[in-house]
Design a protein around this ligand. Structure first.
Ligand SMILES: [Ca+2]
Length: 283
């Protein structure tokens, strides 16, 4: 048993070293970007959305100047029609799946209409979990979303049961119920690897709270910081364009390139290595 374990660990070390040599450290700057706008389209958002419609050309010019191969998607959210009694409402709606066509992006933004939303809180979490999940992300692209709204999330969300923590897990690990295997048991390392090997890579979230409401700011701040992104507050609608420009400037530094399958394999082997190192006596 002891001999087998030793042979196993030597073989594993060889695999690890050769993997590192083959894969190398590819810290190239962000080349491909999939960027989703997630927008509250209830009544009070009128002047904020008007600002985005007016200045969309400027945002696309900034993205062109960045040299990234980018695509834009638009997800809207309001509230459950079952809650608001307004059947023009929805928990989320994909207004545009990822597109690099200027006319499609521009016309989709200009077509945004306003709904009701009922009470103050809205279905932010459905938009981040299910809305973003239904988009056609490129596996090899860096992934980011800009959330813009004036009201906090329904948390926990009625009907779905979604919480802020679940939304952060979904954005970072593509798994609402993700739990990191801090115990380094072989079972949990293996099952985490199995669930993450083919998952969508991390989505970095930037947020723009368009009201000074402290609950909204706290909610958006928690969501953005949970993904390694940043939260902004727009004092007035006129501030939104400056904030979006700042986010676009920051994206190449903050948003990570997609983790490749081989990055995940390497990460898995590292965890196995820790397992053997720390569990050596028990083996
Ligand atoms: Ca509502």
């Amino acid at each position: 048993m002891n001999k087998i374990t030793k042979i196993f660990s030597v073989v594993l070390s060889l695999i690890m070293v050769s993997s590192m040599l083959v894969i190398g450290v590819s810290a190239a700057s962000l080349r491909k970007l999939d960027l989703a706008f997630v927008v509250d389209t209830t009544g009070s958002m009128g002047s904020d959305i008007y600002q985005v419609k007016t200045d969309i050309q400027a945002y696309l010019d900034d993205l062109d100047a960045s040299g990234m191969d980018y695509r834009i998607a638009i997800v809207e959210y309001r509230d459950f029609p079952e809650r608001t009694d307004d059947y023009a409402d929805f928990a989320y709606r994909v207004s545009l799946d990822f597109s690099d066509n200027y006319d499609n992006i521009s016309s989709s933004i200009k077509a945004i209409d306003l709904g009701d939303g009922g009470d103050w809180e809205e279905t932010v979490l459905s938009a981040l979990i299910d809305g973003l999940d239904s988009l056609s992300w490129r596996s090899e692209a860096g992934k980011a979303a800009i959330l813009m709204g004036d009201a906090p999330a329904l948390d926990p969300e009625p009907i779905t049961g979604y919480t802020t923590e679940m939304a952060i897990n979904k954005l970072v690990y593509d798994d609402v119920a993700y739990e990191d295997s801090r115990d380094y048991s072989l079972m949990s390392i293996t099952s985490n690897f199995a669930s993450q090997a083919t998952a969508r890579s991390k989505v970095t979230l930037f947020t723009i709270a368009t009201s000074g409401n402290s609950e909204t700011i706290a909610c958006f701040d928690e969501l953005a910081s949970g993904t390694g992104g940043r939260s902004f507050t727009a004092g007035s609608s006129e501030d939104i364009t400056g904030i979006i420009t700042e986010i676009i400037d920051e994206i190449p530094e903050v948003v990570e390139d997609a983790e490749t399958f081989w990055d995940k394999v390497l990460n898995f082997l590292m965890k196995i290595f820790y397992f053997i190192t720390f569990q050596w006596d028990k083996l």
